[in-house]
Design a protein around this ligand. Structure first.
Ligand code: GLN
Length: 298
């Protein structure tokens, strides 16, 4: 069995980094040096030049437990974001716990696409937007911060996730309404102009093949999209009937190879005359948008 990480009293910060790096490497952690540095900076509360200046100094005895705990958690494959408790998204800081998916950089492009089309469809207006399956609240909170005139609401099936999302909304000064429930269900009878969602989309059978950080530590509810990964999109298309009217702008995030299928689901729903597929920075078709180009101005 693998040994636990320990750090002798009197080690320097440089030694703490070196020992943690080689321990994480032995554990098979990817990027052991980056992870060791990130955890050490977090525990010491130092960044940039201050962190490098402190290299020769003795590692503070009162922080040994915090650092060894952090390194041991990382050694067991936990994402560094859960250990340090935060992730940046669109320049904002989000608290993350194992109850929420860690926000990913490609989702920033979905937020940007919604703002761009929202601005075009409702110039100077105040559209009503919903973020379905909000998780940490990354999409909803960012939209509200970037577009304060928009009315933003969000749902999640997990009450634990909603607690995290509400904390993130408060910490970022974003007045977002949160509802607990399955996808669109909590908004039955209401009217929205914009629907955005990054739902779980991994085919259930593919989860076992994901990297350990994701497979063993991120919430399965946020990953598992049913047999072919498309169940949440189908359900949302069916649930549109619950709303007072279909939103004029919809935007979905999806996984590799799913764009054509999701675009087809939108076409079949028949509410949007323009269906757009947006690639991410790696060139993967990552987002599908549906747009009613002749929308009534607000
Ligand atoms: N909407 C959240 C995000 O984009 C959560 C996504 C999810 O849990 N599938 O980060």
């Amino acid at each position: 069995m693998r040994q636990e990480f320990s750090l002798p009293q009197g080690s320097s910060n440089r030694e703490a980094f070196a020992k943690a790096s080689s321990f994480l490497e032995d554990c098979g952690v990817l990027e052991p040096q980056n992870n060791a540095r990130l955890l050490l900076m977090h525990v010491l509360g130092l960044e940039g030049a201050a962190y490098y200046m402190a290299q020769p100094e003795p590692f503070p005895a009162e922080l040994i437990t915090a650092f060894t705990d952090a390194v041991n958690r990382k050694g067991r494959g936990e994402p560094a974001q859960y250990i340090i408790g935060q992730q940046e998204f669109y320049g904002l800081l989000f608290q993350v716990t194992p109850s929420v998916l860690i926000p990913r950089p490609e989702t920033e492009l979905l937020v940007e696409a919604m703002m761009k089309h929202g601005d075009e469809l409702w110039p100077g207006g105040a559209p009503r937007a919903i973020d379905i399956g909000t998780g940490s609240g990354a999409i909803a909170v960012t939209l509200k911060v970037q577009r304060p005139s928009w009315d933003v609401a969000a749902s999640d099936i997990s009450s634990e996730a909603l607690e995290v999302a509400a904390l993130n909304a408060a910490a970022n000064g974003a007045a977002v309404t949160f509802r607990e429930g399955d996808l669109l269900a909590p908004f039955a009878g209401e009217r929205f102009d914009i629907l955005v969602s990054n739902p779980p989309y991994i085919p259930a059978g593919d989860i076992a093949g994901l990297q350990r950080e994701v497979r063993e530590h991120e919430p399965r509810t946020a990953l598992d999209g049913g047999p072919d990964g498309l169940a949440p999109y189908r359900i949302m298309m069916a649930q549109l009937d619950l709303l007072a009217a279909p939103p004029a702008l919809v935007g979905f995030e999806l996984g590799q190879g799913q764009a054509q299928d999701v675009a087809e689901l939108l076409r079949q729903a028949g509410h949007w005359d323009l269906i757009e597929i947006v690639p991410d920075l790696a060139g993967i078709e990552r987002h599908v948008l549906g747009i009613q180009t002749n929308v009534t101005k607000l």
